[in-house]
Design a protein around this ligand. Structure first.
Ligand SMILES: CC(C)(COP(=O)(O)OP(=O)(O)OC[C@H]1O[C@@H](n2cnc3c(N)ncnc32)[C@H](O)[C@@H]1OP(=O)(O)O)[C@@H](O)C(=O)NCCC(=O)NCCSC(=O)C[C@H](O)C(=O)O
Ligand SMILES: [Mg+2]
Length: 284
C-alpha cells in the first residue's frame, strides 16, 4: 500500500502508561496514534507501561487509526526489551527515537523483523544523514522531534521556527525523495489553538503530511489544516476538467483563473482529490 495515499493529518502521542488516555484514543478522530514508551513515561513506569500497552492493544478498538509504538532508544536500559516486546504487540509500526544513522534502523530491524519502522528525526546527525536513513527498506515514515532538535541546536523558540528550518527541510527532501510519510513536530502550548493553527499552516505549506499532537484538544485544528480545503478541491476539479477538455482538443495546456495548467498540475490536482476521498473514507 502507498502510505502517502492514507491520511496522517493528526498523529497523537499517548503515554503508554496511562490506561485512561489509551482508552480515550479509541473515540478520537485521529489518523494515527503514537503509543509512547519514551519521553511521556517516567523511569519508574517504563517496565509496567510495556505491559499496560500490550494489553490495551490486544483489546483493540482503535479502528482505522494507524498504531505506532515509540520505544526507548538503544542507548537506554529499556530499548532492547521494548523492541522485543513491540515485536509481539498488535501494532502497525515501531518508532525509534533519535535516529542518527542507517545502522540504528538495522539494529532495530534485527529485533522487530518485518514490522514497518518509523524514525524520529531529532538529532543534528540525523538531519545530516536523512537521505541515507530514508533509504532503509523497512522505513515507512519520519516524525520530526522538534523539541529534541531545538535542544541539540541550542536554539531559542521563535514563532516562525527559523532556527529549525534547515533540519526540517533536509528531512522533507529525504522523505519525499523516497516516497515516505513525514509528520511535523509537536506544538507544546496545547491550550493555544491559534498558535497551533498557525504552525500547522506553516507545516502544510512546507509539505508535511500532518502534525504530531500531545492533547485531544489539538486534533480538530490539525485535521482541518492538513485536509484539502473546499477552495483547493474546487480548483483541482476545474483544473482536471479544463485539462481533459484541452487534451481532447489536441492541446497540451489549459488555462484556469488566468494560470496555465499542465500535466504536472493535474497530477497534483488528482492527489488533492484522492486525499479528500481517503479522509472521507476514514471519517465514515
Ligand atoms: C499534556 C498533558 C500532561 C495534559 O494532561 P491533563 O492535564 O491530564 O489534560 P486534561 O485534563 O486536559 O485531559 C483531558 C482528557 O484528555 C485525556 N488526555 C490528555 N492527553 C491525552 C493524550 N495525549 N491522548 C489521549 N487522551 C489524552 C485525559 O486523560 C483526560 O481524559 P478524561 O479524564 O477522560 O477526561 C497530557 O495531555 C499528556 O500527557 N500528553 C502527552 C504528552 C506526551 O505524549 N509527550 C511525549 C510526546 S512529545 C515528544 O516527545 C516530542 C519529541 O520527541 C520531540 O523531541 O519533540
Ligand atoms: Mg524527542
Amino acid at each position: 500500500m502507498d502510505m502517502r495515499a492514507r491520511p496522517f493529518r493528526s498523529v497523537l502521542y499517548i503515554p503508554g502508561s496511562k490506561p485512561r488516555a489509551l482508552d480515550k484514543a479509541r473515540g478520537l478522530p485521529v489518523d494515527a496514534v503514537i503509543f509512547d514508551l519514551e519521553d511521556a513515561v517516567s523511569a519508574s513506569e517504563k517496565v509496567s507501561a510495556r505491559e499496560v500497552l500490550a494489553q490495551q492493544l490486544q483489546q483493540g478498538g482503535y479502528g482505522a487509526r494507524m498504531r505506532i509504538v515509540r520505544i526507548n532508544g538503544f542507548d537506554t536500559k529499556w530499548g532492547v526489551a521494548d523492541a522485543r516486546a513491540v515485536a509481539q504487540m498488535d501494532c502497525d509500526a515501531v518508532l525509534l527515537p533519535k535516529v542518527s544513522s542507517l545502522a540504528d534502523l538495522d539494529a532495530l530491524a534485527e529485533i522487530t523483523g518485518d514490522l514497518p519502522i518509523w524514525a524520529m528525526m531529532e538529532t543534528p546527525r540525523g538531519m545530516l544523514n536523512a537521505a541515507e536513513i530514508a533509504r532503509h527498506p523497512k522505513l515507512q515514515g519520519m516524525v520530526m522531534g522538534t523539541n529534541d532538535l531545538a535542544k541539540e541546536l541550542q536554539t531559542r523558540f521563535r514563532v516562525d521556527r527559523m532556527p529549525l528550518m534547515a533540519g526540517l527541510g533536509l528531512c522533507l527532501l529525504a522523505a519525499k525523495a523516497e516516497g515516505l510519510v513525514i509528520v511535523d513536530g509537536v506544538y507544546n502550548a496545547f491550550k493555544d489553538a491559534e498558535g497551533l493553527a498557525e504552525e500547522c499552516r506553516q507545516g502544510r505549506d512546507m509539505g508535511f503530511d500532518g502534525k504530531t499532537l500531545i492533547h485531544p484538544a489539538q486534533v480538530d485544528v490539525a485535521n482541518t489544516a492538513f485536509a484539502p480545503s473546499e477552495d483547493e478541491m474546487d480548483l483541482a476539479r476545474r483544473q482536471i476538467a479544463a485539462f481533459d477538455e484541452a487534451e481532447a482538443a489536441g492541446q497540451g495546456v489549459a488555462v484556469v483563473d488566468g494560470k496555465i495548467v499542465e500535466n504536472l498540475h493535474v497530477v497534483t490536482a488528482r492527489e488533492i482529490i484522492a486525499k479528500a476521498d481517503a479522509i472521507a473514507a476514514v471519517s465514515l
